[in-house]
Ligand binder design. Sequence first.
Ligand SMILES: [Zn+2]
Ligand SMILES: [Zn+2]
Length: 334
Amino acid sequence: MGLLVLATALSVALISAMAMVLEGRLGAVPTEDRFLAVHGHRCLVGLQDVDISLTPGWSEYWRRLGEEDCTSGSWLAQFRERGQNLAQYKAVDPNRAEEDSYLALAPLEGLEDEGAEALVEPVRQFLGIYFQTPIESGDTLPLPEYALHAEKGARGQYDAQLLLDSLKGSCPDGAAACLAFTDRDLFVPGLQYVFGLGHFHNRVGVISMYRLWDDRFDPVTGRDLAPADPEPLRRALKVAAHEMAHEFSIAHCAHYRYCVMGGTNSLVESDRGSLMLCPLDHEKLRWNLHFDPRARYIELSAWADAYGLHPEAAYWRRMADDYPGFANAAGAAR
Ligand SMILES: [Zn+2]
Ligand SMILES: [Zn+2]
């Protein structure tokens, strides 16, 4: 969830205000239908064309988002995403990685949850492969008390925007992007909670492990489901990849269904999404980081198999089959 959230949250506030003005005329119509009545659409309008070529594997797997994805309670129904194709991405002057730059993953102070701590090393390894960039473990970063809203959530919540402000300037010059992690619950004004937040240009982001176990205990039997289930790891990887991609100025995906760069409103919506970059976001990252797609896919599939993420491993193996030799708008890999 990036800074776009703040911009869109603002426009949501405006829309709400407009809706209130129009309420008398439209009566007690459900919110989304009211939006449709006012604007003539629910979401996904004004998107620029997808400006890349698809490999056969991509065409096999990926489907475009449509109005039918703007279901009640979904991110797309709540926020009016405008999308970002490759040309638009290049035009925002994205944060670029230098050839010898690296990534950093660092804890915020006060990490207590052992389950969360156990995820840190796999997340670090995964990010290094996903972004095809060396990744270091950073020193513990301060967790400023002024960001804590003790009255929010079950155990207090930290304002992720204030945390990002506090982290600004903490990412070393040689690092392309830095990500902090915490086991505390995060929110941004206007949203009940967030899994993380990544800044588009300041090279800082934060992810929280707090919500990854929300469904840990079976509601009927009370059985602890976590040990046998790779789901908390899969969720942590999704959040980490999503926020770090934001740090490379990649916006929320409005083009492809289940892309890791899609905004999510809940654990259920996050679980429905994948760990994978859609073709468009893949090409943005490839253009930025100059990686060899085939080498990346092969490394990802081997790593995913080792951690029990077999559907992802199968996808990445299939994608590796499409390379080498597929030139596209992003140009040849270096
Ligand atoms: Zn996001
Ligand atoms: Zn995408």
